[in-house]
Design a protein around this ligand. Structure first.
Ligand code: BG6
Length: 336
């Protein structure tokens, strides 16, 4: 089922582009009016929230707080109030930690918004407004297609909010809207061209006892999700960090042959990631890079490289860059 659901992503992403306009618009209005915004979720859905915090900040100039559901009450329980708006993201709409945070927020009279895949779930019943991501049932335990759909919905919300707030030029908004429409085709392209190579990589690296996933900016969320898939499915210990933070401790793990997966789209962080890669290479790490097609600078540095089609804008990059990582986790699990 996991493999089937990974392959479904080009069609689920198409469905997610056909959401009901009025609910997206209403949710955008709540976000625009909010005093403070929290994005609360567990597991993979939390990684979608983390990526979304970059989208909202970069496009709509809205600061949001992505919070792990099981930490929400401890961290913000006393401060949330009637002025807080909380977007709960849950594929199932039933995760106990997420619902516990939601109960607390309701008691404090906060505005509850929901993003879920299951109509009729507790999250849909308790939300002031909810959006259904339209990914179809996910049978595999590891979230794959529902993650990319969540990201697509969150990007659509960030774009609408940017439009409403007039923070970004209409030329840029139109460009990003067009790119979002192309994402399902790009997913299809990756699923057609990359699996053979990823299978070979899994064979090459399957004996490694531990992996390191690194990315900067929005790609740090992609790194966390890639690492979670490997842990959850292949039972291989893995660490993920924002690449810039890796020098503050975790770098001491690196020795000859230690496998490092860098997620490196051609965005504003590219130059800094190149220097992180050189740092790790100098310590003998084996470098696997997920990068843009034809990125010769990175290909020269990499031991192995997975290429993603050109021209994916930074804020949409997690939707496509995570797909090779899902496949890698799947093939690694088969090799164990
Ligand atoms: C975990 C699953 O138990 O729940 C993860 O293993 C999932 O894959 C997480 O991301 C959260 O689930 P949901 O339904 O709230 O998005």
């Amino acid at each position: 089922f996991m493999l089937k659901e990974i392959y479904e992503q080009s069609s689920t992403l198409r469905n997610t582009l056909r959401l009901q306009d009025q609910f997206l618009e209403l949710m955008t209005e709540f976000l625009d009016r909010a005093g403070e915004v929290f994005l609360v979720a567990a597991g993979t859905s939390y990684h979608a929230c983390l990526a979304a915090s970059y989208m909202f900040s970069k496009l709509a100039f809205l600061a949001t707080h992505p919070i792990i559901a099981s930490e929400f009450v401890e961290q913000h329980g006393k401060s949330v109030n009637i002025d807080s708006t909380i977007l709960f993201v849950s594929q199932s709409g039933e995760t106990a930690d997420t619902l516990a945070a939601l109960d607390h927020a309701r008691l404090r009279a906060s505005t509850i918004l929901g993003l879920t895949n299951v109509i009729g779930s507790t999250l849909t019943r308790l939300s002031r407004v909810y959006v259904c991501q339209q990914s179809g049932p996910e049978i595999g335990v590891a979230a794959t297609k529902t993650f990319t759909s969540q990201l697509s919905v969150l990007a659509q919300l960030a774009l609408r909010l940017a439009k409403r707030r007039g923070k970004v030029s209409h030329v840029e908004i139109e460009f990003l809207e067009k790119k979002l429409q192309q994402i399902p085709d790009i997913a299809e392209d990756i699923l057609r061209t990359q699996p053979g190579k990823i299978k070979q990589l899994a064979k090459k690296y399957c004996d490694k006892p531990c992996f390191f996933y690194l990315g900067r900016g929005i790609s740090s969320a992609t790194a966390l999700e890639g690492r979670l898939k490997l842990l959850e499915i292949a039972y291989v210990p893995a660490i993920a960090y924002p690449a810039g933070e890796s020098k503050h401790g975790p770098i001491s793990l690196i020795e000859t042959g230690f496998p490092l997966v860098f997620i490196c789209p051609r965005d504003e962080t590219h130059k800094m990631v190149v220097s992180n890669i050189m740092e790790m290479k100098a310590r003998g790490a084996s470098i696997i890079i997920v990068c843009e097609e034809g990125d010769e600078e990175l290909k020269r540095l990499a031991d192995d490289c997975i290429e993603v089609p050109k021209g994916v804008p930074e804020i949409l990059s997690p939707i496509v860059y995570v797909i090779p990582l899902q496949l890698f986790a799947y093939y690694m699990a088969l090799e164990q």
